[in-house]
Design a binder for this molecule. Structure first.
Ligand code: BDR
Length: 312
């Protein structure tokens, strides 16, 4: 049976790569809808970017919903310094051909999970605002979600938006805290693993050489967004975060990690939004997440290229 997905996302070039990777594997994934999230850029842009990506991938039939325009309790922090003023700068993407769905993304999550109890996986490529809102509005859905697989957090690699916090957690730490304490099976793909998945020149060239519009556009997007990270880290390529989520769902065996307690710092003076990962199981706190620490970058990029190559 195909895996039913709701994608929470704020594209963002690496989210775009992840979404395209998912759409390139319709043999495995059944995408029920996307919920645009405020994160890398403001909601009006992330919504428009989702719609453009559906056209690029030849899937304007997939419903796109607007989620919340801001985090639960804090002003929105964006990352236009990485992703550009539209959040998805780089190539010129096709204009949307359909409107966003009527109704709110939070209600879409609630209604869809209730309609398919025990069947829906939440694929989170963004701050967790809309899932947290859905859990607050309809706590019964926690038992009905198969799993949350999220790009979120950092521990061994420390932070990327502050010295201690990863962006998706920092933007809405209260939402991450709600989700991590909801009793849902959860897998986190933190910077500890995404920092090993570097978009080297050879990998981007292979992507471009696919020759199809999705492969070329993804290479152009990543060439834009990697500039900030190449300068910041001085590595041979930039970390490619988002596609770790579908890659984990496709082939968990290329990753390794541990089931541990993960707590989110909500009050720290200099550690707000930090994910405190109890890697050595020092506490007796519930082991609420599978924390992925390592992965095989060669297999990862092979999977990504294979999926992108199946798209228009
Ligand atoms: C996350 O932050 C965003 O800026 C990236 O797109 C990714 O989702 C990495 O910390």
């Amino acid at each position: 049976m195909k895996r039913k997905l709701i994608i929470l996302t704020d594209p963002g070039q690496d989210q775009a790569a992840a979404i395209l990777m998912i759409l390139g594997r319709p043999d495995v994934f059944d995408v029920l809808g996307l919920v645009a999230t405020a994160g890398n850029i403001h909601l009006d842009y992330t919504l428009e970017n989702c719609l453009k990506l559906m056209v690029l991938a030849g899937r304007p039939d997939i419903p796109v919903f607007a989620g919340c325009p801001q985090p639960l309790m804090r002003p929105l922090v964006i990352a236009d310094h990485v992703h550009g003023p539209t959040g998805l700068d780089g190539p010129t993407l096709p204009a949307p051909v359909v409107r966003p769905q009527d109704g709110h993304g939070v209600d879409f999550i609630v209604d869809t999970v209730r309609a398919h109890p025990g069947e829906v996986t939440i694929c989170a490529l963004s701050p967790l605002t809309n899932l947290a809102m859905a859990l607050r509005k309809a706590p019964d859905i926690a038992d009905k979600i198969v799993e949350v697989v999220a790009m979120l957090g950092a521990y061994f690699e420390v932070g990327n938006i502050t010295p201690s916090a990863e962006f998706n957690c920092y933007v809405d730490p209260e939402a991450a805290d709600i989700v991590l304490n909801a009793g849902i099976k959860t897998t986190l793909l933190p910077l500890d693993v995404t920092h090993k998945m570097l978009s080297t020149p050879a990998r981007l060239e292979a992507m471009r050489a696919l020759g199809n519009r999705c492969g070329v556009a993804t290479a152009e997007m990543l060439e834009f967004s990697q500039a900030f990270d190449l300068h910041k880290y001085g590595w041979e390529g930039a970390p490619l975060h988002g596609p770790c989520v579908p890659a984990f769902m496709l082939t968990p065996e290329i990753f390794s990690g541990r089931q541990i307690n993960v707590s989110v710092e909500l009050t720290g003076r200099v550690t707000l939004g930090m994910t405190v990962a109890d890697w050595w199981q020092i506490t007796d706190l519930p082991r609420n997440a599978f924390w992925v620490r390592d992965g095989d970058p060669v297999a990862y990029y092979d999977l990504l290229l294979e999926a992108l190559g199946k798209l228009p």
